[in-house]
Structures are given as structure tokens and as C-alpha cells.
Design a protein around this ligand. Structure first.
Ligand SMILES: CC(C)(COP(=O)(O)OP(=O)(O)OC[C@H]1O[C@@H](n2cnc3c(N)ncnc32)[C@H](O)[C@@H]1OP(=O)(O)O)[C@@H](O)C(=O)NCCC(=O)NCCS
Length: 181
């Protein structure tokens, strides 16, 4: 089972079904801020939806197709981080993340992403980690930029968000670059 200590305040852990209520509450409390950038928020209406998400993440983890972890901040669930997918042939992982409103602005996500990348290059032997963020999503883009990712390009109309498309900026980090910095 995936479990990673980031620092004295933050740990990353695979969620289990008993976390469903906490995950739903967190999502529900932050609905407004999350839905600006995440397309699944309006479809998360009840605890059962959060339970289905956790079931999905456990299956994906077993199948080695992805890795989604809860971010625990001072022992409280604060958000989700993970690899939405792995491309094992080319050793690429694509990171996604969100934090509930109350936990933003404390550097939690930057620290969590840094730790997940350490894990990806050292334990999973990936060669490339990718982060995509909507062009206008300044807070999300600040994370790869803070961690020294290279901005590699723009994918036009990459995602449908409720009533409009957004462009994605692609950031990449290579194992050799991470080791060097
Ligand atoms: C994207 C998202 C996770 C960013 O959250 P965040 O709190 O801004 O990111 P961090 O946790 O890394 O915190 C960074 C902030 O904490 C501050 N900070 C404090 N201590 C810090 C530390 N040790 N390290 C880094 N930053 C620190 C930074 O200065 C920064 O504040 P600023 O925005 O005022 O400059 C959040 O906005 C979110 O969940 N958005 C909705 C979902 C979303 O967009 N997901 C991404 C889809 S691609």
C-alpha cells in the first residue's frame, strides 16, 4: 500500500473505503473553488460518488495504471494528488492534484508534488513526469514552475469544463534534470 512521508506535517496515503465520508465532505466544502478547474465536481453529489472514486483508485493502483493518494496535513485529509496515468513503455507519469480551499496557500501541494516526483524517479524508475494545467490556472501552473519544470507547449482546447474549452500548458521534468537540480 502506497504511503509516503513528505515532511513532519504532510503524508500521502492510498485512500480506503472508510475515507469516503471525509473525501465527500472535503469536496462538498470546496465545490465552488474546485469546479473552476475540475470537470468532475458537479458529478460528485453524494458520499457514494466519493466511494466510487476511491474504489476506482484502488483498482487502478492494483492494475498499476495510476496512483491516487490522499494528502494528509496534520493528520487531516486536505486533498488528492497522484498519477492519473502511467505509460510504462515510455516511463512517463502524469500528475494531477487538488487541495480543499482551507488548505491552500501553505505550500502543501508544492511539497507533496516534490515528494511524489522523488518517489517516481527513485522507486518507480520513471524517466519523465508531466503536469498539465489550464492556461489561466495560475495557482496550478505555479507548482511545476516553482519546482523547475520546463514549459514545453500549449495544447489548444484540451479540456471541456462544463460550458467552455480551456487550453492546457504542458510542463515536463526528466529524471536526469531532477537529479541534477
Ligand atoms: C492548484 C492548487 C493545488 C494550488 O494550491 P496552492 O495552495 O496555491 O499551492 P501550494 O500548496 O503549493 O501553496 C503555494 C502557496 O503557498 C505559499 N507557501 C507557503 N509555504 C510554502 C512552501 N513551503 N513551499 C511553497 N509555497 C509555500 C506560496 O507562496 C504560495 O502562495 P501564493 O499563491 O500566495 O504565492 C489549488 O489552487 C487547487 O486545488 N485548485 C483547484 C484544483 C486545481 O486547479 N487543480 C489542478 C488542476 S491542473
Amino acid at each position: 500500500m502506497f504511503y509516503q512521508e513528505v515532511d513532519e506535517e504532510i503524508t500521502l496515503k492510498l485512500l480506503v473505503l472508510t475515507d469516503s465520508q471525509a473525501l465527500f465532505q472535503l469536496t462538498d466544502q470546496s465545490r465552488e473553488s474546485l469546479r473552476e478547474w475540475l470537470g468532475w465536481v458537479d458529478n460528485t453529489k453524494t458520499v457514494d460518488d466519493s466511494r466510487s472514486f476511491i474504489e476506482h483508485t484502488l483498482q487502478v493502483y492494483d492494475d498499476k495504471k495510476g496512483l491516487h493518494a490522499g494528502i494528509m496535513y496534520q493528520h487531516e485529509l486536505a486533498g488528492i494528488i497522484g498519477f492519473n496515468s502511467f505509460d510504462w513503455t515510455n516511463k512517463i507519469g502524469k500528475i494531477g492534484y487538488w487541495l480543499a480551499t482551507d488548505f491552500q496557500g501553505k505550500g502543501i501541494m508544492s511539497r507533496a508534488v516534490r515528494s511524489l516526483i522523488d518517489y517516481a524517479f527513485s522507486e518507480l524508475s520513471l524517466n519523465r513526469v508531466e503536469i498539465r494545467a489550464a492556461y489561466e490556472n495560475k495557482k496550478s501552473r505555479a507548482i511545476p514552475e516553482r519546482l523547475g519544470f520546463m514549459e514545453e507547449g500549449l495544447i489548444r482546447q484540451a479540456e471541456w469544463l462544463y460550458d467552455h474549452y480551456v487550453d492546457h500548458v504542458v510542463y515536463g521534468m526528466l529524471a536526469s534534470e531532477w537529479e541534477a537540480q
